[in-house]
Ligand binder design. Structure first.
Ligand SMILES: [Zn+2]
Length: 166
């Protein structure tokens, strides 16, 4: 998708954002300043919601999945972060194509990945609303990485979502 086409669709969908001049590693950098898919993305770390246009568009399009689970708010720690993975490769975060989700707010209250994600059951019986949400997000096949606490110890407190590089 061409940069201008992505920005045009984001605007047409009513997403509030601010175009950023330059962000190392990111093709079409922007700061999201409003909801995505009707869901409020927030953080207590003061980090701005910076990402590539394609991730913003993907999350906005997936709003219906979050809303189907009654999710009104999503707490993240970081989206754009210029860093490498353990193997030394640039992370999807460095391209603005990933976001780390730590908690969601839905009808029954806040669901924290640390406390409420049930490990070892995947999409089977005995899961929590967080398990159900991640399973539905996974089923959309939008993300090339959807790493939960079941993946490894580093993901004990968050779910990593990323869309494919080009
Ligand atoms: Zn991550």
């Amino acid at each position: 998708m061409a940069p201008e086409a992505c920005l045009a669709e984001l605007s047409a969908r009513g997403v509030s954002y601010r175009r950023l001049e330059e962000l190392r590693g990111v093709e079409v950098p922007l700061e999201v300043t409003g909801k995505l898919g009707g869901v409020e993305f927030w953080t207590d770390g003061g980090r701005r919601l910076e990402m590539d246009c394609r991730l913003a568009l993907a999350l906005d399009r997936l709003g219906f999945v979050f809303r189907r689970h009654g999710v009104t708010r999503v707490r993240y720690s970081g989206a754009y972060v210029y860093k490498r993975t353990a193997s030394g490769r640039l992370s999807h975060h460095a391209h603005g194509l990933a976001i780390d989700v730590h908690a969601v707010t839905l009808g029954s209250g806040a669901e924290e990945v640390t406390d409420d994600y049930v490990r070892g059951v995947g999409c089977g019986a005995g899961g929590s609303p967080l398990n159900a949400l991640t399973c539905d997000l996974s089923a959309t096949a939008v993300f090339d990485e959807l790493l939960t606490p079941d993946y490894d110890g580093a993901h004990y407190d968050h779910v990593h979502l990323s869309i494919p590089r080009r």
